[in-house]
Write a protein that binds this ligand. Structure first.
Ligand code: PEP
Length: 248
């Protein structure tokens, strides 16, 4: 299995931080462990960073894109604009965008379609709130989100699905491996029902060096989307190194 290790820096980092990070992580990326780093757009726009990332074998990703390719959308960045920078992926539907920018599932599907149209890998995020989990509605909630957030253009080569329980993001409260295993088994079945068998399913939510090995060893877990721990290159390197080797 090929694993995807995605670093989401959110609104953090600088050009010099990016240079140091890429140099530190380069030797950890290989054929089975594909690293994608998603820094702020200002860093993606630095050609020196794009060259360094390519030399290090690390993919660059955006944290969001607009569904339109251009137009009167002050402050936004489109998928073709990201592609023009040498970016290969983009996160869509992160829970912070769903919450702070009120993005709906259909907005997310439109962004995924725009990403595909621009030749980008769409990293589609889904996840339940604590209240939904406590009400026993986690699987139904996430299944509905997933079905409505994938675009008709989605296939297993141009899409990664990231299951990120909202209550585990940035809280230090990681989901139990048994719960992750159950959710990923369910999502794998949902994807198969949609004609998307073997869709790569990532887990995200307080992944750290100490828990990454157990999470990444689970069946149907093809990688991790990492926020806080990705801001320390050594921690992210340890997470990459915890990925099962070879066929995994
Ligand atoms: C995220 O931002 O997608 C995330 C998973 O953050 P953290 O690892 O900090 O929980």
């Amino acid at each position: 299995m090929r694993y995807f290790l995605v670093a989401n820096w959110k609104m953090n980092g600088s050009q010099s931080f990016a240079r140091d990070w890429l140099k530190r992580l380069g030797r950890h990326s290989d054929d089975n462990r594909h690293i994608i780093v998603c820094p702020p757009a200002t860093i993606l726009g630095n050609p020196e960073i794009a060259t360094l990332a390519e030399q290090q074998g690390i993919g660059l990703g955006g944290q969001d894109c607009h569904a339109a390719s251009d137009g009167a959308f002050t402050g936004w960045v489109s998928a073709p604009m990201l592609a023009e920078l040498g970016v290969s992926a983009v996160i869509v539907g992160h829970s912070e965008r769903r919450e702070f920018a009120q993005e709906s599932d259909s907005d997310v599907a439109a962004k995924a379609a725009a990403a595909h149209q621009a030749g980008l890998l769409a990293i589609v995020c889904v996840g339940e709130s604590l209240a939904q989990r406590q009400a026993g509605a986690a699987e139904a909630t996430v299944e509905a989100q997933l079905r409505a957030s994938l675009s008709t253009s989605s296939n297993t080569s141009n899409t990664l699905v990231a299951y990120e329980p909202i209550w585990a993001i940035g809280t230090g409260q990681v989901a139990q491996p048994a719960d992750v295993a159950a959710m990923h088994a369910h999502l794998a079945q949902v994807c198969a029902d949609m004609g998307l068998a073997r869709m790569p399913l990532l887990y995200g939510g307080s992944v750290k060096p100490g828990n990454a090995g157990d999470l990444l060893a689970l069946e149907h877990v093809s990688g991790a989307l990492v926020g806080g721990a990705a801001l320390q290159a050594d921690s992210f390197a340890a997470i990459v190194d915890a990925t099962p080797a070879g066929e995994g």
